[in-house]
Design a protein around this ligand. Structure first.
Ligand code: FAD
Length: 373
């Protein structure tokens, strides 16, 4: 049995590692358990956007949380860089984000969506603008003739997700957090002691609180803790090119030029279960759209591609829950773990420690998926 800590976080992806950092900074002793190399690891296969626009089109609370997190990202990144937790910078840039409309029909749909979001309380403050053809060209001269306009949000940006994940883990280790490699098989409730024991394939860990942040591994762990994770995998394929001269300052939601000049293209949304393979048809579609947006990319070589699985709830919103039955147990999961990393390390970690998670985020309760009998 590994001695008690205040809190054990299960899952060391972007969500679990960000939360663990938040708990640590609040003075809690933390143990992090992670199953290690996992082919379903979304944090290592994502696109790297810190993205606000369009988020919460049907849920103002999500729009607001995404905006608060994006605004907190610079401080979050600087704190990791300043304390020496990373050799490489996190590459965070708040450069604004553009969604490019190819043709008038797409532009009309974007205009209608934007109007709906502006009419919806809570999201009007995200600063989104509709760009006509000329305004788009002013912001990104490299767009092709098919680009009819788009939308722009000044709060959008991007970061290197792998550098972020490594920096988080390094910060945790440097601060003495126990990071255990192992698969959590079960969490049991210590009724008398008002705590929990986490049983992994190698150890047992005692703790006062437990937080499930295991991505697609959450559903298996929920039941004994009185938590509910309605999740499914959704595949996204990403294509990466060779380095090329810088051609865009705002980032686009399907085209992102990284700090080193490579271009990431993506990303598909496919309901294929636990299958991370790449397919020629999807790759072709990704390349085709990218070249219609930026014709010069037709001459740039593709270097690699991969598939990764989103951690997706039925409505795409986060699920945050503290158990009614066992109030020391909580669940945190979302499909925008890069965007929300700063919030997870800040306000969400504080809400868990302050026993305010359910009250602070009622819109993210799993009760929304449960139909009354
Ligand atoms: C193609 C693609 C593009 C994306 N683009 C973006 C983007 O641009 N911006 C954005 O904000 N988000 C994006 N995302 C989403 C983002 O990557 C995820 O929201 C985030 O990585 C989820 O992190 P996580 O920690 O919940 O899950 P994961 O990264 O999957 O990590 C879960 C961890 O839990 C561990 N684990 C699982 N089961 C157990 C167990 N029983 N015991 C112990 N450990 C366990 C796993 O080993 C893993 O390390 C994208 C995702 C994909 C797939």
């Amino acid at each position: 049995m590994i001695g008690p800590s205040d809190i054990t976080v299960i899952g060391g992806g972007l969500v679990g590692a960000s939360l663990a950092l938040g708990f640590l900074r609040a003075g809690a002793s933390v143990t992090l358990v992670d199953a290690g190399e996992d082919r379903f690891h979304a944090s290592a296969g994502n696109f790297g956007l810190v993205w606000v626009q369009g988020k919460g089109a049907t849920c103002p609370d999500y729009a607001d949380l995404s905006l608060r997190s994006a605004k907190a990202w610079r401080r979050f990144a600087e704190a990791l860089e300043d304390d020496g937790s990373t050799d490489a910078p996190l590459g965070y840039r708040n450069c604004g984000g553009v969604k490019i409309a190819l043709g008038e029909a797409e532009l009309n749909t974007m205009a209608a969506n934007l109007e709906r979001m502006h009419n919806q309380s809570g999201s009007a403050g995200n600063g989104m603008l509709l760009l006509d053809r000329d305004a788009l060209r002013d912001r990104i001269p490299a767009v092709g003739p098919e680009a009819a306009g788009g939308t722009f949000c000044p709060h959008d940006g991007h970061a290197d997700p792998l550098a972020t994940l490594y920096a988080l883990h390094r910060a945790l280790r440097r601060a003495g957090v126990r990071v255990l490699r192992g698969k959590a098989l079960r969490a049991s409730v210590d009724e008398g002691a008002r705590g929990f024991t986490i049983h992994t394939d190698t150890d047992s860990i005692a703790c006062g609180r437990v937080v499930l942040a295991a991505g697609l591994g959450n559903p298996e762990l929920c039941e004994p803790l009185g938590l509910r994770a309605h999740l499914r995998p959704q595949r996204g394929q990403i294509v990466v090119t060779e380095r090329t001269a810088r051609f865009m300052d705002p980032v686009c939601h399907t085209v992102r030029q990284t700090e080193d000049g490579t271009v990431m293209l993506g990303d598909s949304k496919e309901e294929v279960g636990f299958d991370t393979s790449t397919t020629p048809d999807v790759r072709r579609a990704i390349l085709n759209r990218a070249v219609r947006c930026f014709p010069h990319l037709a001459k740039v070589r593709v270097m690699r591609s991969w598939g990764a699985l989103r951690v997706m709830s039925p409505d795409g919103l986060p699920i945050y829950q503290t158990s009614d039955r066992h109030p020391g147990a909580s669940l945190v999961t979302c499909h925008s773990g890069v965007t929300l990393a700063a919030a997870h390390a800040g306000e969400v970690a504080s809400a868990i420690l302050g026993d305010r998670l359910n009250d602070s985020y009622p819109a993210f309760s799993p009760a929304r998926f449960e139909v009354a009998p």
